[in-house]
Design a protein around this ligand. Structure first.
Ligand SMILES: [Zn+2]
Ligand SMILES: [Zn+2]
Length: 566
């Protein structure tokens, strides 16, 4: 009897201690005041069993419905070859299919991307060029991942957006102790436990603020939900054979934070609603909320100058004094920080904030914080996209390099001299001279046979000639029987295999002039120097490789009017 009583007492004490360690419950907010509409909410960057997630789309939609979301964007790892599933409503949740593409510069999430004519991959600059040509929207995924190989590294490229917050990165930077504590409290208060692992991602926010000084870049909160934590896997995609815990669940991640679209109305028509959601995201008409701290959260943010008015993500031309207005559904002790060009300009509180801003160009965004929020530094509760005051609505064009004025012709008409085909064992390649209007051109036929493990390739090799070092670029007229990426390479006969540098170019059935700048080439494999030495390079290679050509694919490329220029 005494033993039983002791057992109950100890049990109760343990339970009380456990209960005391649970993180604070999310605050329930009253309905939003008049004039403030509840936004459409959703999760972006979600993996299903199609890649390294642990649930199918139906189960993910059900989890999103339980979490109160209206849309979810599934982004399984891929190369763009799979035609995206049409958008559909499941459990009342709009499910939009998208893709996460691995590049040499990190992972990029592409929204609104149709089926690609060839596998997307290789250098980040080429993948972004392809995504843009195909009409997609590119978001740098987990830009500050603790895993350096996953981090985005090409910040000078024209990205459409970045993840200012990535849940997967947030778990990965935690110590073993805090993860163990999280596993302990998770069964009691899952969503709040996940929130306790969040910190303000200062470097990602700083990165975003630096980028928006020169171009519009949309900030998003990426769930990166897989519903697993790999114990032995080292990166993402997760190794499906590695032991992994199905933690945290999709539902808990969906309850943790969301992306809110304040100006979007869903109609029930999946096709039209998917277009509306993606259009809103592309335009930056979005803010993020950490729903595990308090909810349902809602805010509006607008700026006026003269008769002009703008909201989240928009450009506001300067035409008089600038006034910023923020309305928020928030606990009374919430702090409203207005940032200008990445620095806090004013701290306010209250549900309505109105303030004058300098009548000068500036990028303004809002961070709203709650006292006692978790993190070192504390995670902000709401983060708006910026309003770009005094900014040209057109994005700055990529500066064009001056055209060459002096040329040396390597091929115009007639037979080719010294060209050879180099290829992997099971691949095929042939060089022919064919009639063109006028004269002739070079036809390069390829068949990329062989197993993926053999990394099939076909290279058409042209002697570089003695004058290469007098020039800065290679120019040619190129076309292909279908959209194709071609790797143009310079080879220096260093070592047994030689060293190579390259620039990938895009070809299509319509002939186009292509220019490759030698100082724009990057190493292929290990090289002893970052750029080729034009004095010793001996060959120009036109290479078809598996990075951007489907295995077993074949086709023809035509090249004409090959010239060096400077
Ligand atoms: Zn990733
Ligand atoms: Zn991912």
């Amino acid at each position: 009897m005494l033993k039983a009583l002791l057992f109950v007492c100890v049990g109760a004490a343990v339970a009380a201690a456990w209960y005391a360690t649970l993180p604070a419950r999310a605050q329930d907010l009253p309905p939003a005041p008049a004039g403030l509409t509840q936004p459409v909410r959703g999760a972006i960057h979600v993996h299903s069993t199609r890649s390294d997630g642990t649930a199918d789309v139906e189960a993910i939609a059900a989890a999103a419905a339980r979490a109160g979301l209206q849309f979810v964007i599934i982004t399984d790892h891929g190369d763009g070859l799979r035609e995206p599933d049409p958008p559909r409503y499941l459990d009342g949740v709009l499910c939009i299919d998208a893709v996460e593409i691995s590049t040499e510069n990190g992972h990029v999430v592409a929204l609104g991307l149709p089926e690609s004519p060839y596998p997307l991959g290789g250098e980040g600059r080429d993948v972004l060029e392809d995504i843009a040509r195909l009409g997609g929207f590119a978001i740098a995924a987990h830009p500050e991942s603790a895993k350096t190989e996953l981090r985005w590294t090409a910040w000078d490229l024209p990205l459409g957006g970045l993840e200012w917050l990535n849940a997967d990165s947030e778990w990965r930077d935690e110590s073993g102790w805090s993860l163990a504590r999280a596993l302990f409290t998770y069964p009691g208060r899952g969503t709040e436990t996940l929130a306790s692992l969040l910190d303000r991602p200062a470097s990602a926010l700083e990165r975003w603020d630096n980028l928006t000084r020169s171009r519009r870049v949309v900030g998003l909160a990426g769930s990166d939900a897989h519903a697993r934590i790999g114990l032995r896997s080292v990166g993402e995609p997760y190794d499906n054979n590695a032991s992994s815990l199905h933690f945290p669940s999709y539902e808990q991640v969906f309850r943790l934070f969301s992306n809110a679209l304040p100006g979007t109305t869903l109609t029930g028509n999946a096709e039209a609603d998917s277009t509306a959601v993606i259009t809103a995201i592309r335009a930056g008409h979005v803010y993020s909320t950490i729903d595990a701290l308090a909810g349902p959260a809602a805010m509006s943010f607008s700026a006026t100058s003269g008769s002009g008015m703008a909201s989240f993500g928009d450009v506001l031309p300067l035409s008089g004094p600038v006034t910023l207005r923020i309305q928020v559904q928030a606990p009374p002790d919430a702090a409203v920080a207005v940032l200008k060009d990445g620095d806090v300009m004013e701290m306010r509180s209250g549900p309505q904030v109105e303030l004058a801003a300098p009548e000068a160009p500036g990028v303004f965004r809002v961070e709203i914080s709650l006292p006692g929020a978790p993190g070192q530094p504390a995670i902000p509760w709401m983060v708006s996209n910026p309003i770009y005051v005094g900014r040209d609505a057109a994005e700055p064009p990529t500066p064009a390099r001056p055209r060459a004025t002096t040329f040396a012709v390597l091929y115009k008409d007639g037979p080719v001299q010294g060209w050879v085909v180099e290829k992997s064992d099971a691949a095929l390649g042939a060089i022919d001279v064919v009639k063109a209007l006028p004269g002739t051109q070079i036809s390069l036929r390829y068949g990329l046979g062989g197993a993926a493990s053999a990394s099939p390739y076909v290279a058409f090799v042209m002697p570089a000639g003695p004058d290469l070092q007098k020039f800065s670029q290679l120019t040619f007229i190129g076309r292909a029987d279908k959209p194709t990426r071609l790797s143009v390479q310079l080879r220096d006969p260093i070592g047994s295999q030689g060293e190579r540098w390259h620039r990938s170019v895009y070809l299509e059935p319509e002939p186009r002039e292509v220019t490759v700048y030698f100082d724009d080439m990057t190493p292929r494999g290990a090289t002893s120097r970052p750029q080729p030495d034009l004095a010793t390079a001996q060959a120009i290679l036109f290479v078809v490789e598996t990075v951007n050509t489907p295995l077993g694919g074949n086709g023809t490329i035509w090249i004409d009017e090959i010239r060096y220029g400077r």
